[in-house]
Design a binder for this molecule. Sequence first.
Ligand SMILES: Cc1cn([C@H]2C[C@H](O)[C@@H](COP(=O)(O)OP(=O)(O)OP(=O)(O)O)O2)c(=O)[nH]c1=O
Length: 200
Amino acid sequence: MFTTREPFVLASASPRRRELLQGLGLQFDVFPSDGVEWPAHGSPGEQVRVWARRKVQSVCRRFPDRWVLGADTIVVLGGAVFGKPLDREDAARCLRELSGRTHEVMTAVCLAHAARHMQFERAVRTQVTFKDLSSAEIDAYVDTGEPYDKAGAYGIQGMGACLVRSIHGSYTNVVGLPLCETLEWICRFGIAAPTTTRAL
Ligand SMILES: Cc1cn([C@H]2C[C@H](O)[C@@H](COP(=O)(O)OP(=O)(O)OP(=O)(O)O)O2)c(=O)[nH]c1=O
């Protein structure tokens, strides 16, 4: 669907981000950032932008002549930020808190080119409402192992879909990369262009 003109570097170890971009036919190399997610200050929206920016900047040092794309996803409930659960108990606690309530999934995306002194970032928000979860449902979901590498301890693209009553906003933003907004940048900066289909 897209012709890549300038293959970029995806600064991410997330298989979800890679698959979302591959699904569009984009060409890129993957080089995860090695940065630890040190605490950041400010509102959840500011924190998530800082984390995305740090990932991108650490990879930009290695690839100063290329576009580098990175992202960070968090779950926010009543001002509290939920990242990836630390262990089983933490995952169950997180799911108990999300049960029956509406939370926000925020993904910050950062795109930068060090040699051209260009850097853009934005945070996209999606509201997700969970159904009421019983202890048995929470235990069964944690047993799948799905929560461990995901913010908020669930994956909407997997069995976690059973936990969700409704969403308002971008689905791909919940999975880890808001595709519509990311593509706007990718096309605007000439990294890729929509493939034109010739009439038969
Ligand atoms: C809420 C939710 C999150 N997630 C994932 C997306 C992200 O991969 C992860 C949040 O962790 P992140 O720290 O944003 O990303 P990551 O550590 O997986 O990868 P990297 O830092 O190298 O880019 O949670 C889902 O896959 N599905 C969901 O429904």
